[in-house]
Design a protein around this ligand. Structure first.
Ligand SMILES: C[S@@+](CC[C@H](N)C(=O)[O-])C[C@H]1O[C@@H](n2cnc3c(N)ncnc32)[C@H](O)[C@@H]1O
Length: 251
């Protein structure tokens, strides 16, 4: 650990495992991207979602709160940060980083470290460069724009400068996605009325609670009076959506 600051997820990750879990269709996409890698380092591993069960995995995670929620029998974990991986060059066949890069203090250092310790890198990230809009933030949580950690994703140019990018895959979000990340409930707006669901979304967890309460009250009112359905009801029967989740496969 390089920073004296308490890792953010020690605070916002207390109930992470209540709503955040492996979504099998996304896991299958990650498995394909890992190819024939036998040894994998999972950086920003959190509670262990998406760790491939049939490979030798070592996890790296800064937050003790997240580490304490890893299920019994999950891969061994080292408390540390992406920016300083405690491994020799080329230790792993592959490195994976899932919904974590936007939280790193120094993204360039972290990406360089991924490349240094592994032959292949599989990075799952949110790319705001590839998506127009999302009703949840546009209509109800515009304060999202003020949260540096959430939308300041590495640009495609930055990734290409520091990783040998082979391809970028779209990750479609299924309508019944079981991993409750920030855009998971795109067609189930009522889910956002549940505080446990909101606690699993880092952008909500970082907002002023009074602002969240008032935005949620407005969403509840507009669900009750039909405003939401008049604008977005067509989403309820859509099977998948592209909201800018990307799998960047490198090396
Ligand atoms: C949204 S969670 C994702 C966790 C897990 N990969 C998953 O898919 O459930 C983001 C994770 O990144 C971790 N993180 C934050 N800063 C980090 C850093 N500098 N290096 C590595 N991980 C970091 C957080 O502690 C948190 O566990």
């Amino acid at each position: 650990m390089t920073s004296n600051a308490v890792p953010r997820y020690d605070t916002i990750g207390r109930s992470y495992s209540a709503t955040r879990r492996t979504e099998p269709r996304i896991a299958a996409q990650i498995e394909r991207a890992l190819g024939d890698a036998e040894t994998v380092v999972n950086v920003g591993a959190g509670t262990g979602s998406y760790e491939p069960p049939e490979r030798t995995v070592v996890a790296v995670e800064p937050s003790g709160t997240m580490i304490s929620q890893r299920p019994k029998g999950s891969a061994p974990v080292i408390q540390g940060v992406a920016e300083h991986l405690p491994f020799a060059d080329g230790t792993f066949d592959a490195a994976m980083a899932v919904l974590t890069v936007h939280h790193w203090r120094d993204r360039v250092a972290g990406l360089r470290e991924l490349r240094r310790v592994s032959a292949r890198q599989v990075v799952f990230l949110f790319s705001p460069f590839d998506v127009g809009s999302y009703w949840l933030v546009d209509d109800y949580f515009p304060e999202y724009a003020d949260l540096e950690s959430e939308h300041d994703a590495p640009s495609p140019e930055l990734l290409a400068r520091h990783l040998d990018v082979q391809r970028v895959e779209t990750i479609p979000i299924p309508g019944d996605c079981v991993d409750g990340f920030g855009s998971a409930y795109w067609n189930r707006p009522e889910a956002h009325l549940d505080p446990t669901v909101r606690a699993g979304m880092s952008f909500m967890a970082q907002m002023d609670p009074a602002t969240v309460d008032s935005n949620v009250a407005r969403l509840a009112a507009e669900l009750a009076d039909g405003t939401w359905d008049a604008k977005y009801g067509h989403l309820r029967t859509q099977e998948t959506i592209d909201l800018g989740l990307r799998l960047v496969v490198c090396g």
